[in-house]
Write a protein that binds this ligand. Structure first.
Ligand SMILES: [Zn+2]
Length: 177
Protein backbone atom coordinates (compact mmCIF):
# COMPACT_ATOMS: atom_id res chain seq x y z
CA UNK A 1 0.00 0.00 0.00
CA UNK A 2 1.35 3.44 -0.89
CA UNK A 3 1.94 5.89 1.89
CA UNK A 4 -0.47 8.44 0.54
CA UNK A 5 -3.17 5.83 0.09
CA UNK A 6 -2.69 4.69 3.67
CA UNK A 7 -2.95 8.27 4.82
CA UNK A 8 -6.11 8.84 2.82
CA UNK A 9 -7.70 5.73 4.27
CA UNK A 10 -6.87 6.89 7.77
CA UNK A 11 -8.36 10.31 7.15
CA UNK A 12 -11.52 8.72 5.74
CA UNK A 13 -11.83 6.28 8.62
CA UNK A 14 -11.34 9.08 11.12
CA UNK A 15 -14.19 11.01 9.57
CA UNK A 16 -16.51 8.01 9.66
CA UNK A 17 -15.67 6.47 12.98
CA UNK A 18 -13.88 9.03 15.08
CA UNK A 19 -10.26 9.19 16.05
CA UNK A 20 -10.28 7.11 19.20
CA UNK A 21 -11.53 3.82 17.74
CA UNK A 22 -9.24 4.01 14.79
CA UNK A 23 -6.15 5.00 16.74
CA UNK A 24 -6.78 2.12 19.14
CA UNK A 25 -7.18 -0.43 16.37
CA UNK A 26 -4.15 0.89 14.48
CA UNK A 27 -1.92 1.46 17.48
CA UNK A 28 0.67 -1.01 16.21
CA UNK A 29 1.13 0.34 12.72
CA UNK A 30 0.65 4.02 13.45
CA UNK A 31 4.22 4.76 14.61
CA UNK A 32 5.57 3.04 11.50
CA UNK A 33 3.28 5.03 9.27
CA UNK A 34 4.27 8.25 11.04
CA UNK A 35 7.93 7.49 10.45
CA UNK A 36 7.31 6.80 6.77
CA UNK A 37 5.30 9.97 6.31
CA UNK A 38 7.91 12.02 8.17
CA UNK A 39 10.66 10.64 5.93
CA UNK A 40 8.57 11.44 2.90
CA UNK A 41 8.14 15.04 4.08
CA UNK A 42 11.89 15.44 4.52
CA UNK A 43 12.29 14.70 0.80
CA UNK A 44 10.03 17.73 0.15
CA UNK A 45 7.64 16.03 -2.28
CA UNK A 46 5.56 18.01 -4.78
CA UNK A 47 2.35 17.24 -2.91
CA UNK A 48 3.84 18.33 0.40
CA UNK A 49 0.58 19.57 1.91
CA UNK A 50 -1.20 16.28 1.26
CA UNK A 51 1.53 14.26 2.97
CA UNK A 52 1.60 16.78 5.81
CA UNK A 53 -2.15 16.35 6.31
CA UNK A 54 -1.72 12.58 6.30
CA UNK A 55 0.87 12.90 9.04
CA UNK A 56 -1.49 15.10 11.06
CA UNK A 57 -4.18 12.43 10.76
CA UNK A 58 -1.88 9.69 12.05
CA UNK A 59 -1.03 11.77 15.12
CA UNK A 60 -4.67 12.39 16.00
CA UNK A 61 -4.72 15.97 14.67
CA UNK A 62 -7.78 14.95 12.72
CA UNK A 63 -9.29 18.40 12.71
CA UNK A 64 -6.32 20.19 11.14
CA UNK A 65 -5.76 17.26 8.82
CA UNK A 66 -9.21 17.88 7.39
CA UNK A 67 -9.20 21.67 7.04
CA UNK A 68 -5.61 22.83 6.61
CA UNK A 69 -5.16 24.61 3.28
CA UNK A 70 -2.16 25.90 1.40
CA UNK A 71 -2.63 29.47 2.70
CA UNK A 72 -2.91 30.87 -0.81
CA UNK A 73 -6.64 31.63 -0.48
CA UNK A 74 -7.92 30.21 2.80
CA UNK A 75 -10.94 31.32 4.80
CA UNK A 76 -12.07 30.25 8.23
CA UNK A 77 -15.46 31.19 9.62
CA UNK A 78 -15.97 31.41 13.34
CA UNK A 79 -17.90 33.32 15.96
CA UNK A 80 -16.36 35.96 18.17
CA UNK A 81 -16.19 34.41 21.68
CA UNK A 82 -17.16 37.77 23.19
CA UNK A 83 -20.00 39.19 21.08
CA UNK A 84 -20.88 36.11 18.98
CA UNK A 85 -20.82 37.91 15.64
CA UNK A 86 -19.65 35.75 12.73
CA UNK A 87 -16.09 36.65 11.83
CA UNK A 88 -14.39 35.67 8.58
CA UNK A 89 -10.68 34.98 8.86
CA UNK A 90 -8.68 35.26 5.63
CA UNK A 91 -5.17 33.87 5.32
CA UNK A 92 -4.02 34.15 1.74
CA UNK A 93 -2.03 36.00 -0.87
CA UNK A 94 -4.74 38.67 -1.02
CA UNK A 95 -4.48 39.45 2.67
CA UNK A 96 -4.44 38.16 6.22
CA UNK A 97 -7.28 39.73 8.12
CA UNK A 98 -10.44 39.32 10.13
CA UNK A 99 -13.60 40.81 8.68
CA UNK A 100 -17.37 40.84 8.70
CA UNK A 101 -18.44 39.18 5.48
CA UNK A 102 -21.19 40.79 3.53
CA UNK A 103 -22.33 38.57 0.70
CA UNK A 104 -22.90 41.55 -1.56
CA UNK A 105 -20.22 44.02 -0.52
CA UNK A 106 -17.46 41.53 0.39
CA UNK A 107 -15.27 41.46 3.48
CA UNK A 108 -15.97 44.63 5.47
CA UNK A 109 -14.25 46.24 8.45
CA UNK A 110 -11.00 44.38 7.90
CA UNK A 111 -8.47 44.12 10.71
CA UNK A 112 -4.96 42.79 10.21
CA UNK A 113 -4.27 39.47 11.92
CA UNK A 114 -1.57 39.38 14.56
CA UNK A 115 0.74 36.43 13.85
CA UNK A 116 2.45 34.70 16.73
CA UNK A 117 6.26 34.65 16.51
CA UNK A 118 7.49 31.07 15.85
CA UNK A 119 9.12 30.91 19.29
CA UNK A 120 5.74 31.76 20.84
CA UNK A 121 3.98 28.74 19.32
CA UNK A 122 3.03 25.86 21.60
CA UNK A 123 1.44 22.44 21.31
CA UNK A 124 0.17 21.31 17.91
CA UNK A 125 0.96 24.67 16.33
CA UNK A 126 4.59 24.46 17.40
CA UNK A 127 4.94 20.87 16.24
CA UNK A 128 3.40 21.64 12.84
CA UNK A 129 5.50 24.76 12.39
CA UNK A 130 8.74 22.98 13.31
CA UNK A 131 8.19 20.31 10.68
CA UNK A 132 7.34 22.90 8.02
CA UNK A 133 10.40 24.98 8.94
CA UNK A 134 12.63 21.91 8.94
CA UNK A 135 11.50 21.09 5.41
CA UNK A 136 11.83 24.73 4.32
CA UNK A 137 8.15 25.05 3.46
CA UNK A 138 8.11 28.77 4.20
CA UNK A 139 4.56 29.26 2.93
CA UNK A 140 3.30 26.71 5.44
CA UNK A 141 5.45 27.81 8.37
CA UNK A 142 4.41 31.42 7.79
CA UNK A 143 0.72 30.57 7.38
CA UNK A 144 0.74 28.65 10.66
CA UNK A 145 1.98 31.72 12.55
CA UNK A 146 -1.23 33.45 11.41
CA UNK A 147 -3.54 30.48 11.95
CA UNK A 148 -2.23 30.08 15.50
CA UNK A 149 -2.06 33.84 15.99
CA UNK A 150 -4.70 36.31 17.09
CA UNK A 151 -7.57 38.08 15.38
CA UNK A 152 -9.43 41.21 16.38
CA UNK A 153 -13.21 41.15 16.22
CA UNK A 154 -14.29 43.98 13.88
CA UNK A 155 -17.49 44.44 15.88
CA UNK A 156 -16.41 44.50 19.55
CA UNK A 157 -12.61 44.92 19.15
CA UNK A 158 -11.76 42.03 21.47
CA UNK A 159 -8.92 39.73 20.39
CA UNK A 160 -8.96 35.94 20.41
CA UNK A 161 -6.83 33.01 19.30
CA UNK A 162 -7.93 31.87 15.84
CA UNK A 163 -6.88 28.21 16.09
CA UNK A 164 -8.32 27.83 19.60
CA UNK A 165 -11.71 29.26 18.64
CA UNK A 166 -11.88 27.33 15.40
CA UNK A 167 -10.99 24.06 17.11
CA UNK A 168 -13.53 24.61 19.88
CA UNK A 169 -16.27 25.30 17.33
CA UNK A 170 -15.49 22.25 15.21
CA UNK A 171 -14.88 19.45 17.70
CA UNK A 172 -17.00 16.35 17.14
CA UNK A 173 -19.96 16.32 19.57
CA UNK A 174 -18.48 13.49 21.65
CA UNK A 175 -15.37 15.52 22.40
CA UNK A 176 -17.17 18.59 23.67
CA UNK A 177 -17.07 19.20 27.39
ZN1 LIG B 1 -16.80 40.44 19.00
Amino acid sequence: MGISLAGSIIRGALQDHGADDLLRSCADVMPQLQTLLDQRLKSRPVGYLQVFRDLLATTGQYHWSAVLGDFSDDFYHLCCPHCDVEVTIAIGDHGRYSAIRDWHAGDMERRDLKPVPPEGLTGAGRWMHDIAARDRQDWLARGLTYLFGKAECPRCASTFGIAAEYTAANLPPADQP
